[in-house]
Design a protein around this ligand. Structure first.
Ligand SMILES: NC(=O)c1ccc[n+]([C@@H]2O[C@H](COP(=O)([O-])OP(=O)(O)OC[C@H]3O[C@@H](n4cnc5c(N)ncnc54)[C@H](O)[C@@H]3O)[C@@H](O)[C@H]2O)c1
Length: 384
Protein backbone atom coordinates (compact mmCIF):
# COMPACT_ATOMS: atom_id res chain seq x y z
CA UNK A 1 0.00 0.00 0.00
CA UNK A 2 1.25 3.52 -0.74
CA UNK A 3 1.11 6.17 2.05
CA UNK A 4 -2.22 7.65 0.83
CA UNK A 5 -3.84 4.22 0.86
CA UNK A 6 -2.45 3.63 4.37
CA UNK A 7 -3.89 6.99 5.52
CA UNK A 8 -7.27 5.91 4.11
CA UNK A 9 -7.19 2.91 6.47
CA UNK A 10 -6.87 5.10 9.60
CA UNK A 11 -9.98 5.88 11.64
CA UNK A 12 -10.50 9.06 13.60
CA UNK A 13 -12.64 9.97 16.60
CA UNK A 14 -13.39 13.66 17.24
CA UNK A 15 -14.14 15.12 20.68
CA UNK A 16 -16.07 18.39 20.54
CA UNK A 17 -18.23 19.48 17.66
CA UNK A 18 -18.77 23.21 18.15
CA UNK A 19 -16.95 25.65 15.84
CA UNK A 20 -13.69 23.81 15.15
CA UNK A 21 -14.66 20.13 15.51
CA UNK A 22 -16.53 20.20 12.16
CA UNK A 23 -13.47 21.83 10.54
CA UNK A 24 -11.45 18.77 11.66
CA UNK A 25 -14.16 16.40 10.33
CA UNK A 26 -14.28 18.10 6.93
CA UNK A 27 -10.48 18.20 6.58
CA UNK A 28 -10.14 14.54 7.57
CA UNK A 29 -12.68 13.52 4.95
CA UNK A 30 -10.99 15.56 2.24
CA UNK A 31 -7.82 13.66 3.14
CA UNK A 32 -9.58 10.29 2.89
CA UNK A 33 -9.49 9.47 6.62
CA UNK A 34 -12.56 7.70 7.98
CA UNK A 35 -14.29 9.64 10.77
CA UNK A 36 -15.92 6.83 12.76
CA UNK A 37 -16.71 8.37 16.16
CA UNK A 38 -17.93 11.61 17.66
CA UNK A 39 -18.00 12.61 21.31
CA UNK A 40 -19.89 15.61 22.67
CA UNK A 41 -22.38 16.50 25.38
CA UNK A 42 -25.67 14.51 25.39
CA UNK A 43 -27.81 17.44 24.19
CA UNK A 44 -26.13 17.64 20.77
CA UNK A 45 -24.05 14.55 20.04
CA UNK A 46 -26.77 12.62 18.20
CA UNK A 47 -27.86 15.49 16.00
CA UNK A 48 -24.26 16.45 15.18
CA UNK A 49 -23.38 12.84 14.32
CA UNK A 50 -26.46 12.62 12.07
CA UNK A 51 -25.57 15.94 10.42
CA UNK A 52 -22.01 14.76 9.69
CA UNK A 53 -22.88 11.11 8.96
CA UNK A 54 -20.71 9.68 11.76
CA UNK A 55 -21.73 6.17 12.87
CA UNK A 56 -20.59 5.96 16.51
CA UNK A 57 -21.49 8.50 19.21
CA UNK A 58 -20.16 8.91 22.75
CA UNK A 59 -20.99 11.28 25.58
CA UNK A 60 -17.96 10.24 27.65
CA UNK A 61 -14.59 10.58 25.91
CA UNK A 62 -13.12 7.84 28.14
CA UNK A 63 -15.54 5.32 26.64
CA UNK A 64 -14.61 6.49 23.13
CA UNK A 65 -10.92 5.96 23.94
CA UNK A 66 -11.65 2.31 24.77
CA UNK A 67 -12.99 1.69 21.26
CA UNK A 68 -10.59 -0.41 19.14
CA UNK A 69 -12.15 1.29 16.08
CA UNK A 70 -10.50 4.64 16.85
CA UNK A 71 -6.83 5.01 15.82
CA UNK A 72 -6.44 8.79 16.08
CA UNK A 73 -8.17 11.12 18.56
CA UNK A 74 -8.87 14.77 17.73
CA UNK A 75 -9.46 16.99 20.79
CA UNK A 76 -11.63 19.98 19.84
CA UNK A 77 -13.25 20.60 23.23
CA UNK A 78 -12.68 23.81 25.28
CA UNK A 79 -9.19 24.40 26.71
CA UNK A 80 -9.91 23.24 30.25
CA UNK A 81 -10.45 19.65 29.00
CA UNK A 82 -7.29 19.42 26.87
CA UNK A 83 -5.01 18.10 29.59
CA UNK A 84 -7.19 15.28 30.93
CA UNK A 85 -8.22 14.25 27.40
CA UNK A 86 -4.63 14.29 26.04
CA UNK A 87 -3.35 12.29 29.01
CA UNK A 88 -6.15 9.73 28.65
CA UNK A 89 -5.62 9.44 24.86
CA UNK A 90 -1.89 8.85 25.33
CA UNK A 91 -2.49 6.30 28.09
CA UNK A 92 -4.97 4.51 25.79
CA UNK A 93 -2.18 4.25 23.17
CA UNK A 94 -3.95 6.49 20.62
CA UNK A 95 -2.36 8.94 18.23
CA UNK A 96 -3.65 12.38 19.12
CA UNK A 97 -4.11 15.85 17.65
CA UNK A 98 -5.05 18.32 20.38
CA UNK A 99 -6.32 21.84 19.74
CA UNK A 100 -4.32 24.81 20.98
CA UNK A 101 -3.44 25.99 23.55
CA UNK A 102 -2.19 22.56 24.64
CA UNK A 103 -3.47 23.02 28.23
CA UNK A 104 -4.23 25.55 30.97
CA UNK A 105 -0.71 25.79 32.50
CA UNK A 106 2.80 24.33 32.25
CA UNK A 107 2.17 21.85 35.05
CA UNK A 108 -0.40 20.23 32.76
CA UNK A 109 1.61 20.61 29.54
CA UNK A 110 4.76 19.14 31.16
CA UNK A 111 2.83 15.98 32.02
CA UNK A 112 1.61 15.67 28.42
CA UNK A 113 5.19 16.15 27.12
CA UNK A 114 6.44 13.38 29.40
CA UNK A 115 3.74 10.94 28.33
CA UNK A 116 4.02 11.86 24.64
CA UNK A 117 7.79 11.14 24.72
CA UNK A 118 7.32 7.62 26.03
CA UNK A 119 4.10 6.80 24.16
CA UNK A 120 5.38 5.50 20.83
CA UNK A 121 2.43 7.26 19.17
CA UNK A 122 2.28 10.58 17.30
CA UNK A 123 1.08 13.60 19.30
CA UNK A 124 0.45 16.96 17.61
CA UNK A 125 -0.89 20.34 18.68
CA UNK A 126 -3.15 21.96 16.10
CA UNK A 127 -1.04 25.00 15.23
CA UNK A 128 -2.51 24.89 11.73
CA UNK A 129 -1.20 28.33 10.61
CA UNK A 130 2.13 26.57 9.90
CA UNK A 131 0.40 24.96 6.91
CA UNK A 132 -0.51 28.06 4.91
CA UNK A 133 1.52 27.65 1.70
CA UNK A 134 3.06 31.11 2.27
CA UNK A 135 4.25 30.15 5.76
CA UNK A 136 5.86 26.94 4.46
CA UNK A 137 7.44 29.00 1.67
CA UNK A 138 8.80 31.62 4.08
CA UNK A 139 10.23 28.96 6.39
CA UNK A 140 12.22 27.48 3.52
CA UNK A 141 13.42 30.90 2.32
CA UNK A 142 14.65 31.81 5.80
CA UNK A 143 16.40 28.43 6.23
CA UNK A 144 18.11 28.84 2.83
CA UNK A 145 19.30 32.34 3.73
CA UNK A 146 17.31 34.07 0.95
CA UNK A 147 16.46 36.97 3.28
CA UNK A 148 19.95 37.09 4.81
CA UNK A 149 20.42 37.27 8.55
CA UNK A 150 17.06 37.88 10.22
CA UNK A 151 17.12 41.16 12.13
CA UNK A 152 13.57 41.39 13.44
CA UNK A 153 10.03 40.09 12.98
CA UNK A 154 6.88 42.10 13.42
CA UNK A 155 3.21 41.31 13.32
CA UNK A 156 -0.33 41.32 14.58
CA UNK A 157 -3.12 38.87 15.23
CA UNK A 158 -6.38 40.82 15.27
CA UNK A 159 -10.04 39.76 15.51
CA UNK A 160 -13.26 41.61 16.27
CA UNK A 161 -15.68 38.88 17.38
CA UNK A 162 -15.35 39.95 21.07
CA UNK A 163 -15.58 43.66 20.20
CA UNK A 164 -18.91 44.37 21.96
CA UNK A 165 -19.60 44.02 25.65
CA UNK A 166 -22.43 41.63 24.79
CA UNK A 167 -20.14 39.29 22.81
CA UNK A 168 -19.75 36.18 24.91
CA UNK A 169 -17.82 32.92 24.80
CA UNK A 170 -16.30 30.51 27.35
CA UNK A 171 -12.85 31.87 26.38
CA UNK A 172 -13.65 35.04 28.38
CA UNK A 173 -13.66 33.06 31.65
CA UNK A 174 -10.25 32.13 33.11
CA UNK A 175 -11.58 28.89 34.58
CA UNK A 176 -12.69 27.77 31.08
CA UNK A 177 -10.07 29.16 28.74
CA UNK A 178 -7.09 29.95 30.97
CA UNK A 179 -5.79 33.10 32.68
CA UNK A 180 -4.62 34.60 29.36
CA UNK A 181 -7.25 34.88 26.67
CA UNK A 182 -6.33 36.80 23.49
CA UNK A 183 -2.64 35.88 23.78
CA UNK A 184 -3.26 32.17 24.49
CA UNK A 185 -6.10 31.85 22.00
CA UNK A 186 -4.63 33.62 18.96
CA UNK A 187 -1.28 35.14 20.04
CA UNK A 188 0.20 31.66 20.43
CA UNK A 189 -0.70 30.93 16.79
CA UNK A 190 1.46 33.90 15.73
CA UNK A 191 4.29 33.03 18.11
CA UNK A 192 4.29 29.38 17.01
CA UNK A 193 4.29 30.47 13.35
CA UNK A 194 7.16 32.94 13.88
CA UNK A 195 9.18 30.28 15.74
CA UNK A 196 8.44 27.77 12.95
CA UNK A 197 9.61 30.20 10.25
CA UNK A 198 12.72 31.30 12.15
CA UNK A 199 13.63 27.87 13.54
CA UNK A 200 14.04 29.60 16.92
CA UNK A 201 12.24 29.71 20.25
CA UNK A 202 11.12 32.76 22.22
CA UNK A 203 13.46 33.05 25.19
CA UNK A 204 12.29 36.29 26.84
CA UNK A 205 9.32 38.66 26.75
CA UNK A 206 8.22 42.17 27.74
CA UNK A 207 4.44 42.37 27.87
CA UNK A 208 1.73 44.95 28.36
CA UNK A 209 -1.80 43.54 28.62
CA UNK A 210 -5.05 45.43 28.91
CA UNK A 211 -8.78 44.86 29.05
CA UNK A 212 -11.01 47.38 27.31
CA UNK A 213 -14.31 45.91 28.58
CA UNK A 214 -13.73 45.81 32.34
CA UNK A 215 -17.20 44.30 32.65
CA UNK A 216 -19.19 42.45 30.02
CA UNK A 217 -22.73 41.15 29.72
CA UNK A 218 -23.16 37.40 29.64
CA UNK A 219 -26.24 36.04 27.89
CA UNK A 220 -28.32 33.82 30.15
CA UNK A 221 -27.94 30.40 28.45
CA UNK A 222 -25.09 28.94 26.34
CA UNK A 223 -23.72 30.69 23.25
CA UNK A 224 -21.86 29.18 20.29
CA UNK A 225 -18.40 30.46 19.32
CA UNK A 226 -18.78 33.50 17.00
CA UNK A 227 -22.52 33.85 17.82
CA UNK A 228 -23.88 37.43 17.65
CA UNK A 229 -26.23 39.03 20.17
CA UNK A 230 -29.90 39.42 19.30
CA UNK A 231 -32.43 41.81 20.81
CA UNK A 232 -34.36 39.09 22.65
CA UNK A 233 -31.35 37.96 24.74
CA UNK A 234 -31.25 38.56 28.51
CA UNK A 235 -27.90 39.29 30.16
CA UNK A 236 -26.06 39.17 33.49
CA UNK A 237 -23.14 41.59 34.01
CA UNK A 238 -19.79 40.08 35.06
CA UNK A 239 -16.26 41.34 35.73
CA UNK A 240 -13.73 40.48 32.98
CA UNK A 241 -10.42 39.02 34.19
CA UNK A 242 -8.83 38.21 30.83
CA UNK A 243 -7.12 40.61 28.41
CA UNK A 244 -8.72 42.06 25.27
CA UNK A 245 -5.37 43.10 23.79
CA UNK A 246 -1.61 42.82 24.26
CA UNK A 247 1.58 44.52 23.11
CA UNK A 248 4.52 42.12 23.26
CA UNK A 249 8.25 42.52 22.78
CA UNK A 250 9.99 39.20 22.13
CA UNK A 251 13.56 37.97 22.02
CA UNK A 252 14.22 34.69 20.19
CA UNK A 253 17.06 32.31 21.15
CA UNK A 254 18.87 33.03 17.85
CA UNK A 255 19.05 36.74 18.74
CA UNK A 256 16.12 37.86 16.52
CA UNK A 257 13.96 40.60 18.02
CA UNK A 258 10.19 40.48 17.63
CA UNK A 259 7.16 42.59 18.32
CA UNK A 260 3.57 41.45 18.24
CA UNK A 261 0.22 43.09 18.92
CA UNK A 262 -2.79 40.89 19.69
CA UNK A 263 -6.40 42.05 19.91
CA UNK A 264 -9.89 40.57 19.96
CA UNK A 265 -11.52 44.02 19.91
CA UNK A 266 -10.09 45.32 16.58
CA UNK A 267 -13.15 46.42 14.59
CA UNK A 268 -13.15 45.13 11.05
CA UNK A 269 -10.40 42.58 11.53
CA UNK A 270 -12.29 39.29 11.43
CA UNK A 271 -9.35 36.92 11.69
CA UNK A 272 -6.23 38.69 10.50
CA UNK A 273 -2.76 37.29 11.13
CA UNK A 274 0.06 39.38 9.70
CA UNK A 275 3.76 38.59 9.84
CA UNK A 276 6.75 40.46 8.50
CA UNK A 277 10.32 39.18 8.51
CA UNK A 278 13.16 41.70 8.08
CA UNK A 279 16.48 40.28 6.93
CA UNK A 280 19.88 41.71 6.04
CA UNK A 281 19.23 41.05 2.31
CA UNK A 282 15.48 41.75 2.00
CA UNK A 283 12.20 41.59 3.87
CA UNK A 284 9.12 39.41 3.42
CA UNK A 285 5.54 40.06 4.48
CA UNK A 286 2.45 37.85 4.64
CA UNK A 287 -1.14 38.42 5.76
CA UNK A 288 -3.86 35.77 6.09
CA UNK A 289 -6.38 38.16 4.48
CA UNK A 290 -4.41 37.66 1.25
CA UNK A 291 -3.16 34.14 1.98
CA UNK A 292 -1.54 33.27 -1.33
CA UNK A 293 0.60 36.39 -1.69
CA UNK A 294 4.10 37.05 -0.38
CA UNK A 295 5.51 40.55 -0.58
CA UNK A 296 9.27 41.12 -0.69
CA UNK A 297 10.87 44.43 0.15
CA UNK A 298 14.20 45.58 -1.29
CA UNK A 299 16.29 48.55 -0.23
CA UNK A 300 17.46 49.40 -3.75
CA UNK A 301 15.56 47.40 -6.37
CA UNK A 302 11.79 47.36 -6.88
CA UNK A 303 9.65 45.60 -4.30
CA UNK A 304 8.15 42.28 -5.45
CA UNK A 305 4.81 40.51 -5.13
CA UNK A 306 4.88 36.71 -5.44
CA UNK A 307 1.73 34.66 -5.96
CA UNK A 308 1.55 30.99 -5.00
CA UNK A 309 2.40 28.67 -7.85
CA UNK A 310 4.93 31.04 -9.44
CA UNK A 311 8.74 30.64 -9.21
CA UNK A 312 9.14 33.66 -6.91
CA UNK A 313 6.95 31.94 -4.30
CA UNK A 314 9.39 29.04 -4.22
CA UNK A 315 9.03 25.33 -3.55
CA UNK A 316 8.53 25.52 0.25
CA UNK A 317 4.92 24.27 0.21
CA UNK A 318 5.66 21.29 -2.11
CA UNK A 319 3.44 18.36 -1.13
CA UNK A 320 1.14 20.62 0.90
CA UNK A 321 -0.94 22.25 -1.83
CA UNK A 322 -3.53 20.48 -3.96
CA UNK A 323 -4.98 23.15 -6.24
CA UNK A 324 -3.39 24.96 -9.20
CA UNK A 325 -2.25 28.58 -8.82
CA UNK A 326 -5.15 31.03 -8.58
CA UNK A 327 -7.43 28.53 -6.83
CA UNK A 328 -7.03 29.91 -3.33
CA UNK A 329 -6.10 27.60 -0.46
CA UNK A 330 -6.96 29.12 2.91
CA UNK A 331 -8.03 28.37 6.49
CA UNK A 332 -9.78 24.98 5.95
CA UNK A 333 -6.92 23.79 3.74
CA UNK A 334 -4.39 24.39 6.53
CA UNK A 335 -6.21 21.75 8.60
CA UNK A 336 -6.16 19.30 5.72
CA UNK A 337 -2.44 19.87 5.16
CA UNK A 338 -1.66 19.70 8.85
CA UNK A 339 -3.46 16.37 9.08
CA UNK A 340 -1.68 15.15 5.92
CA UNK A 341 1.60 15.83 7.69
CA UNK A 342 0.55 14.18 10.99
CA UNK A 343 -1.13 11.14 9.41
CA UNK A 344 1.89 10.81 7.10
CA UNK A 345 4.12 10.56 10.18
CA UNK A 346 1.77 7.94 11.65
CA UNK A 347 1.89 5.66 8.60
CA UNK A 348 5.64 6.13 8.10
CA UNK A 349 6.42 5.33 11.73
CA UNK A 350 7.73 8.85 12.37
CA UNK A 351 9.98 9.06 9.28
CA UNK A 352 10.37 12.13 7.09
CA UNK A 353 10.46 15.80 7.97
CA UNK A 354 8.29 16.72 10.95
CA UNK A 355 6.42 19.94 10.25
CA UNK A 356 3.63 19.77 12.84
CA UNK A 357 3.82 21.22 16.36
CA UNK A 358 4.70 18.62 19.01
CA UNK A 359 3.73 18.43 22.67
CA UNK A 360 7.05 20.22 23.40
CA UNK A 361 6.03 23.05 21.06
CA UNK A 362 2.63 23.26 22.79
CA UNK A 363 4.38 23.31 26.17
CA UNK A 364 6.71 26.08 24.97
CA UNK A 365 3.76 28.28 23.92
CA UNK A 366 2.10 27.87 27.33
CA UNK A 367 5.45 28.64 29.02
CA UNK A 368 5.66 31.85 26.93
CA UNK A 369 2.10 32.73 28.08
CA UNK A 370 3.14 32.32 31.72
CA UNK A 371 6.22 34.51 31.15
CA UNK A 372 3.94 37.12 29.53
CA UNK A 373 1.73 37.20 32.64
CA UNK A 374 4.80 37.59 34.89
CA UNK A 375 6.18 40.35 32.67
CA UNK A 376 2.88 42.21 32.64
CA UNK A 377 2.79 42.10 36.45
CA UNK A 378 6.43 43.17 36.80
CA UNK A 379 6.47 45.65 33.87
CA UNK A 380 9.83 44.36 32.70
CA UNK A 381 11.68 41.70 30.70
CA UNK A 382 11.09 38.14 31.87
CA UNK A 383 12.81 34.90 30.79
CA UNK A 384 10.62 32.05 29.48
N1 LIG B 1 -6.73 25.97 15.41
C1 LIG B 1 -7.68 26.86 15.25
O1 LIG B 1 -7.67 27.64 14.31
C2 LIG B 1 -8.81 26.94 16.26
C3 LIG B 1 -9.94 27.72 15.97
C4 LIG B 1 -10.98 27.72 16.91
C5 LIG B 1 -10.88 27.01 18.07
N2 LIG B 1 -9.74 26.30 18.34
C6 LIG B 1 -9.61 25.56 19.62
O2 LIG B 1 -10.55 24.48 19.59
C7 LIG B 1 -11.10 24.28 20.87
C8 LIG B 1 -12.63 24.36 20.78
O3 LIG B 1 -12.99 25.67 20.39
P1 LIG B 1 -14.40 25.98 19.69
O4 LIG B 1 -14.34 27.39 19.26
O5 LIG B 1 -14.72 24.93 18.68
O6 LIG B 1 -15.37 25.84 20.94
P2 LIG B 1 -16.94 25.57 20.93
O7 LIG B 1 -17.43 26.01 22.24
O8 LIG B 1 -17.54 26.13 19.68
O9 LIG B 1 -17.05 23.97 20.81
C9 LIG B 1 -16.62 23.12 21.85
C10 LIG B 1 -17.39 21.82 21.76
O10 LIG B 1 -16.91 20.92 22.78
C11 LIG B 1 -18.03 20.32 23.41
N3 LIG B 1 -17.67 19.87 24.75
C12 LIG B 1 -17.60 20.59 25.90
N4 LIG B 1 -17.24 19.80 26.92
C13 LIG B 1 -17.09 18.55 26.42
C14 LIG B 1 -16.74 17.29 26.99
N5 LIG B 1 -16.45 17.17 28.29
N6 LIG B 1 -16.69 16.21 26.18
C15 LIG B 1 -16.98 16.31 24.86
N7 LIG B 1 -17.32 17.48 24.26
C16 LIG B 1 -17.37 18.59 25.03
C17 LIG B 1 -19.09 21.43 23.41
O11 LIG B 1 -20.40 20.88 23.62
C18 LIG B 1 -18.90 22.01 22.03
O12 LIG B 1 -19.64 21.29 21.05
C19 LIG B 1 -10.46 25.34 21.77
O13 LIG B 1 -9.40 24.77 22.48
C20 LIG B 1 -9.96 26.39 20.83
O14 LIG B 1 -8.82 27.08 21.31
C21 LIG B 1 -8.73 26.26 17.45
Amino acid sequence: MNPSEQINQLRAGVIGTGFIGPVHIEALRRLGVQVVALCDVPSIVQSMAAKHGIPQTFTDYKTMLQSPDVDVVHIAAPNRFHSEMSVAALKAGKHCICEKPLAMDTRETAQIVKLAKSSGTVFAVNYNVRFYPAVLALRKMVARGDLGQIIHVNGTYFQDWLFKETDYNWRLLPQEGGKLRAVADIGTHWMDTASFILGAKIKSVFAELDTFHKTRKRPLGEVQTYAKADASMKYATYKVETEDFASLLLRFDNGTFGNLAVSQVAAGRKNCIRLEVYGSKKSAAWCSEEPETLRFGNRDGANEVAVRGTPAFGDGPAGYVDYPAGHVEGFPDTFKMHFRSVYGRIVSGGKGERLHATAEDGHQEVAVCEAIMRSNAKKGWVKV
